[in-house]
Design a binder for this molecule. Structure first.
Ligand code: ADP
Ligand code: MG
Length: 761
């Protein structure tokens, strides 16, 4: 790009702030430029209202009070599960010297200690709290967060509704913002400001929300906002009745009423959606122009003969999606298709038929599996499914743990073209792998969102190949539109006939400790009936850290581990004589595959495993799955795990075992999994519980997500509008020459976006 003018938003903070302040902003908030400060938005707003002395509080009133914290303590609840935080505050603010040490308990044990002990219920050591005026005790149900955010000595603005508890006025679960210093006079300074909402910024103890507000205000005042880059074209802004960028910045940081921040956010969300959709529209245009090999179906070819020997009928979905894919790969335009279908819906079969069509026209196909276990399973099942045709087409597996000799032979077969179907792990991406005529890549992502598995497989001439990504997690439309942009999406929404029922139950050991014994008796019964059992635990060894609780509950309980479980089960009389196996992610590929093979062959009765088995493993004779510490696992993982049973003739039972009781934090999730096998329902629930960044797969990138204010679940309309606008714009003006600001934003987003590599290869 020639001579791009330096942008206002890239200006370093030192150009508008005192150097010391600028450095502090960078150190504590990680913000370096004017633009970054302007885009650092409040997390919420507090109604400012009159600042009130406690003695003036009126029952039922919405108030904001500034107060100083005297004590913080938590106590368990008797009537329901969990605990609450009780925070005692005073309307008497501390003298200046105490303010400086907010949160730090100073050493001198003042004369208030005895009284504080009474207030704090033995929670915290009593610091020097200064003078105490009127006091009030506030309760927080989010005990953990509140006790983390609030410390003795802090000056805090609380806002909420006054109610009464045991004859005392109080605020229950008020919103709060920790303030830098007491500002009792603030509200009276300016009549307008008395009603303006108070922005609460994501703050740190070192850099409080009101200090951030001051900094942002200074930046707003010192630059000409109209010179900032605004990617939203005027006509689109007018069409959607959006604020301009300067208006939106003022409104989000210095709102005059409650509506302004909301209007501002409409602008910011649309801006994000537009930039992202324009990026996707441009990529789509690029893809449309690409060319690759086309593979026409052949009469009496492998695929037709395969269909004739299939022992079952294709489901309607399999037939329809199969036709779509067959049409796609018969064209020179590379296919980019996402195939969604619940566990067991028969995606692999659909992929296999496509691979046969490619082979019929002399091309090769590669199938990428996420794990070695899965790759070898795909290999075995493809060989078995193809029957006599396997020899003819040539099926080869390649994983990194294969013996050298076998590997060399596989590489030869791939290079000579005698392997029509190549199944493998990321080992397929190695430099030593050279295809004679690669035409189709199938990526089996299982429950992931189809965005993590990068691959660089190309056609012989380095150009693109046809691509089919398979995922077992149904993706809501708005997410598909955002993450996958222009990927064509196919859905298999019925399971093949004859699939067995799996009944799922939540087993709370907190409520029924005796049921633990019953679990192992159940396992014994299944094994005696000639069936097999999976026992899933969250960790490998007793030393290994478990997965973080999805609910973020701070309590640490010891987790079940593979090692511990194997030891326990081997010693249990009720399980004496059974053949026990174990598998986990720290075992090497061959070891893992060996155990899984023995399980599949029926020579292991009970397999203790971590969630490594969640992907794809097929053991039709397994009828019972016991998932220990099920509360540690997310919805999709539980659903995937459960998909491992009920795959053969046998009905399955899945027991979700937890130490939580019926109103534990993870119970709703476990109950949801128990109540339905509808993968779409569960995945929507799952998405709602995740952070957006995780949905978009950019949580590890360390960079700020491309989507800051836009939620792919909540702002579907905005995304759809922006998509329409973006596609029309790019259609009319592919180079965006008339919209330099939008072009620049799109280029910036493109650098960051992790959706990008979807289009590589
Ligand atoms: P997915 O990969 O979607 O989880 P698979 O392709 O592994 O599902 O299919 C699961 C099982 O169902 C396999 O054993 C497969 O042979 C079988 N299967 C696939 N399609 C059908 C069908 N139309 N009728 C009966 N069984 C089928
Ligand atoms: Mg599968």
């Amino acid at each position: 790009m020639a001579g791009a003018p330096e942008r206002r938003e890239d200006q370093p903070l030192r150009t508008v702030l005192h150097p010391k302040t600028a450095d502090a902003v960078t150190r504590y908030l990680g913000l370096e430029t004017v633009g970054e400060v302007l885009e650092y938005f409040p997390r919420r707003y507090l109604p400012r209202g009159e600042l009130t002395r406690f003695s003036d509080l009126v029952l039922g009133q919405e108030v904001s009070i500034i107060s100083r914290i005297l004590s913080v303590s938590t106590r368990r609840l008797h009537t329901r599960r969990g605990s609450i935080a009780e925070v005692t505050v005073t309307d008497q603010l501390a003298p200046e010297e105490n303010v400086a040490s907010t949160g730090q308990a100073s050493s001198g044990q003042g004369s208030f200690a005895p009284r504080l002990d009474g207030l704090a219920g033995g929670g915290l050591p009593a610091p020097d709290v200064g003078p105490i005026g009127e006091t009030m005790t506030l309760s927080f149900f989010n005990a953990w967060t509140a006790s983390k955010d609030l410390a003795v000595g802090d000056h805090v603005m609380f806002s909420g509704k006054v109610n009464e508890y045991r004859g005392q006025l109080t605020l229950t679960n008020p919103h709060y913002a920790v303030l830098e210093d007491p500002a009792p006079g603030d509200a009276s300074e300016d009549a307008d400001m008395a009603t303006a909402p108070l922005p609460v910024y994501p703050a740190t103890a070192k850099f409080t929300t009101d200090r951030i507000a001051t900094v942002v205000g200074r930046v707003l005042d010192s630059i000409d906002l109209s010179l900032l880059d605004d990617p939203v074209p005027d006509d689109l802004r007018a069409k959607h009745r959006l604020m301009s960028l300067p208006e939106a910045l003022e409104a989000v940081h210095r709102p005059r009423d409650e509506d302004e921040p909301q209007q501002a956010m409409r602008y910011f969300r649309y801006r994000e959606a537009l930039v992202l959709q324009t990026l996707l529209a441009r990529r789509s245009a690029v893809l449309d122009a690409q060319r690759t090999l086309s593979f026409q179906p052949r009469e009496e070819g492998l695929r037709e003969r395969f269909d004739q020997i299939l022992p079952f009928r294709l489901t309607d979905g399999q037939r329809q999606v199969g036709d779509e894919i067959a049409g796609d790969i018969a064209l020179e335009k590379p296919m980019n298709r996402l195939l969604q279908g619940d566990v067991g819906s028969g995606k692999t079969l659909v992929a296999l038929r496509a691979m046969l069509q490619v082979a019929d026209a002399g091309g090769q196909s590669a199938m990428l599996a996420p794990t070695e276990v899965l790759a070898s399973q795909h290999y075995r099942s493809v060989i078995k499914t193809l029957g006599p045709l396997a020899e003819e087409i040539g099926v080869v597996v390649l994983t990194s743990s294969m013996p050298t000799g076998a590997k060399r032979q596989a590489l030869l077969d791939i290079a000579s073209g005698s392997a029509g179907i190549v199944i493998g792990t990321h080992a397929l991406l190695g430099d030593d792998v050279v295809f004679a005529e690669l035409g189709l890549v199938v990526v089996d992502e299982q429950h992931r969102f189809g965005v993590r598995q990068r691959h660089s497989l190309t056609a012989r001439d380095g150009g693109p190949v046809h691509r089919l990504v398979m995922t077992a997690t149904p993706i809501p439309r708005s997410v598909a539109m955002t993450v996958f942009g222009d990927l064509a999406v196919s859905v298999l929404n019925e399971l093949p006939a004859g699939r067995q029922d799996v009944s799922t139950h939540v087993v709370s050991l907190a409520e029924h400790p005796k049921w633990e014994t019953r679990l192992w008796e159940r396992a014994r019964e299944e094994i005696d009936a000639g069936h097999q059992v999976f026992v899933v635990v969250p960790t490998i060894g007793e030393d290994a850290p478990g997965p973080r609780l999805p609910d973020g509950d701070g309590q640490e309980t010891p987790l079940q581990s593979v090692e511990g479980m194997v030891r326990k089960l081997s010693a249990l009389p009720v399980l004496s004589g059974i053949r026990l196996g174990s598998v986990h992610g720290r075992m090497d590929g061959t070891e893992k595959a060996d155990v899984m093979n023995r399980m599949a062959a029926g020579s292991v009765d009970l397999l203790v495993a971590t969630t490594v088995i969640e992907v794809g493993v097929d053991v039709p004779n397994a009828s019972l799955m016991i998932i220990m510490d099920a509360d540690r696992l997310g919805i999709s993982t539980l659903h995937q795990l459960r998909g491992r049973i009920g795959r053969g003739e046998l009905e399955g039972t899945c027991l979700l075992v937890t130490e939580q009781d019926h109103d534990g934090p993870s119970m709703p999730r476990l109950q949801a999994v128990a109540s339905t096998r509808d993968g779409f329902e569960l995945s929507t629930l799952d998405l709602e519980q995740r952070r957006e960044g995780d949905i978009l797969g950019d949580n590890q990138s360390g960079r700020r997500s491309t989507l800051k204010n836009l939620s792919v679940l909540r702002h579907v309309k905005t995304i759809e509008q922006a998509r329409e606008d973006a596609w029309r714009l790019v259609d009319r003006e592919p180079d965006l020459s008339g919209h330099p600001s939008l072009l620049r934003a799109v280029q910036d987003a493109g650098e960051q976006s992790t959706t990008e590599y979807l289009y590589r290869g």
